[in-house]
Design a protein around this ligand. Structure first.
Ligand code: 0L1
Ligand code: MG
Length: 254
């Protein structure tokens, strides 16, 4: 039987030491249940070190990314306060293996959410929405992985930054957005790329984390998923996402 706790330590150590590892499934196959268990155990190690759970991230939420990985279902990971960077703050390049950044829409929940919901029901639990960016950093060599590997690795989540919160009455169905590096546009996208509407990602978050026995909690953040391809980060870069109607969010890479 697979040593899930040992595999969780392997991915957690790789993240802490910013050192790339071979894919876990090179040694033995993993079921989806085992992959999510490894993820939970690995994030549990962060919590045991004093980090606090602050939400979930949704992954593979665009058709392009699903096709790339050959799946038709979104995946989800766990966010902790240790992964959060202040808006306009600094990310230390040396703490990551091969980080990339992607623009996202973030939800802040005013009350718990779980199970099968309509988008309207999900929206009723939203306190605010914001422009955001996720830093993804696969702990696997060459950023290459199977679906089971990436789930075990907390869906590549490494850091995130949230911009100004706005009332949930903002229409977020089709917001244009630009990802800029040093003032130059490197990606252009729309929030419609996130499952057709970011609220669908929130609905999926409630369903999937409910199935795992973890209701989304009041005060949690839900990162709805990348709206463009992710852009590689290098030291010295200033990165900003500008989102129609919601404003901008930025960080610097030191
Ligand atoms: O946030 C994401 O959509 C990334 C999910 C994992 C796949 C990747 O690392 O590109
Ligand atoms: Mg993402």
């Amino acid at each position: 039987m697979a040593d899930l706790a040992g595999l969780a330590q392997t991915v957690d150590d790789a993240a802490r030491q910013a050192s790339a590892i071979p894919q876990l499934t090179e040694s033995a196959p993993l079921t989806p249940e085992q992959s999510y268990r490894i993820q939970a155990l690995s994030v549990g190690r962060r919590l045991a070190r004093g980090e606090r759970r602050v939400g979930v991230k949704m992954g593979l939420t665009s058709r392009a990314k699903m096709i790339q990985v050959g799946v038709s279902e979104v995946i989800w990971g766990r966010l902790t306060d240790g992964m959060r960077i202040a808006d306009g703050g600094t990310l230390e390049r040396t703490r990551f293996v091969h980080p990339r950044i992607e623009p996202e829409v973030a939800f802040l929940l005013r009350r718990p959410l779980s199970g099968e919901l309509s988008p309207v029901e999900a929206l009723a639990a939203v306190e605010a929405v914001a422009p955001a960016m996720e830093v993804i950093d696969s702990r696997y060599r060459d950023f290459k992985f199977s679906l089971a590997d990436v789930v075990a690795d907390n869906c590549s989540s490494a850091a995130f930054v949230i911009g100004p919160w706005a009332a949930p009455s903002s229409d977020i169905a089709n917001l244009g957005m630009l990802l800029e590096v040093d003032g130059r546009v490197v990606q252009v996208g729309s929030s419609a790329a996130i499952l057709g509407h970011p609220l669908r990602s929130l609905v999926a978050a409630a369903r999937l984390s409910g199935q795992a026995g973890e209701a989304l909690d009041a005060g949690w953040i839900v990162l709805a998923g990348g709206a463009t391809a992710a852009h590689p980060l290098a030291a010295g870069m200033s990165v900003r996402t500008v989102m129609q109607a919601l404003g901008s969010v930025a960080l610097r890479v030191a």
